[in-house]
Design a binder for this molecule. Structure first.
Ligand code: PSU
Ligand code: MN
Length: 304
């Protein structure tokens, strides 16, 4: 695994670092908006005083902290695999390019010693999972690794109540940031309960340190709603999601192709509005991730 010089130095000096995933870039958004978003995510992390570490597999090498050229390649190459835990050995063993999902990003970020990771929306239990068994590897990965993941709740294409049940089984602490309920990705409020509504990044950092102090393995998931200016009301986006799900069914899309297909279909059917919401929420999450990383660094310094 290659860790960029800037990221490695920050980790050694215990400076705040925020991991960013690459599937959202390679398979979650169209070019050129994906590349612009990748850069905007990194800038947002820097503006809040942390170092960004975008993660991917480059020519078979897991990289933590992509260079600008590598970011461009991930955003434009047609041969970039979508890597979940199970796919990582294939990409590394055979020298391929791969974008890491939440699950693979968690694995590599945790190995590098990064404590905070920001994404758009995590994967979860798909609608109809009682028949398809389609449950994202993101959920057990959250159960197994000590990391704090900031996301706009759970992607709205999923079954949110079932996803919350699996998160509970996995022992993941689910917090929301300054919002009463779990976020539902493009819109702001799923109406579903979280374990605690956090008022400040420092509160979140205290909970992270307490969990570690108790030696409870597994993640803390921080739900951060889409910024109100670009959030799409449920009445507007729900029918679009329904239609996208119907078209996926008709086309026989399933397995790992499902999420990228649905996100792209929703962009098309919403006339691009869902893409703007997705960009805005991801950047907002990167910003909050950095604030939490900064708060964690400060608390740890105080504790020394
Ligand atoms: N958030 C986004 N867009 C995305 C994803 C998250 O705003 O494309 C990606 C993440 O990489 C997540 C993946 O892990 O979607 C889920 O894929 P699946 O449902 O196949 O596990
Ligand atoms: Mn799946």
């Amino acid at each position: 695994m290659r860790v960029s010089k800037e990221v490695a130095e920050a980790i050694v000096r215990r400076k705040p670092v925020v991991a960013l995933e690459s599937t959202i870039i390679a398979h979650g958004m169209p070019y050129p908006r994906n590349l612009e978003t990748a850069k905007a995510l990194e800038s947002a992390v820097r503006e809040e005083g942390a170092v960004p570490a975008t993660i991917a597999v480059v020519d078979g090498e897991p990289v933590v902290g992509l260079s600008e050229d590598e970011l461009l390649a991930i955003a434009t190459r047609k041969d970039v695999m979508k890597l979940s835990r199970r796919d990582l050995p294939i990409a590394v063993g055979l020298g391929k390019w791969g974008a890491t999902t939440v699950s693979a990003t968690i694995i590599l970020a945790a190995k590098a010693g990064i404590e905070v990771f920001a994404t758009g929306g995590i994967g979860g239990v798909h609608r109809g999972a009682e028949d398809t068994f389609d449950i994202s590897r993101d959920l057990p990965e959250l159960g197994e690794n000590d990391i704090t993941v900031v996301s706009s709740g759970v992607k709205a294409i999923l079954d949110l109540p079932k996803t919350l049940e699996v998160l509970e089984t996995e022992g993941v602490t689910v917090l929301s940031y300054q919002a009463p309920h779990l976020a539902d990705f493009y819109s702001q409020d799923s109406g579903l309960p979280v374990d605690y509504v956090a008022r400040t990044p420092e509160e979140i950092a205290r909970i992270v340190l307490a969990r570690r102090g108790l030696s409870i393995k597994g993640a803390i998931l921080v739900s951060n709603p889409c910024p109100p200016e670009l959030a799409l009301p449920r009445e507007k986006i729900d029918p679009v999601i329904e239609q996208a799900l119907e078209e996926a069914e008709k086309e026989g899309i399933h397995g790992k192709a499902s999420t990228p297909y649905l996100l792209a279909k929703i962009v098309e059917l919403s006339g691009g509005e869902s893409l703007e919401a997705n960009v805005a929420l991801a950047v907002n999450n990167a910003r909050l991730g950095a604030k939490i990383a900064v708060a964690l660094s400060m608390l740890k310094e105080e504790g020394e």
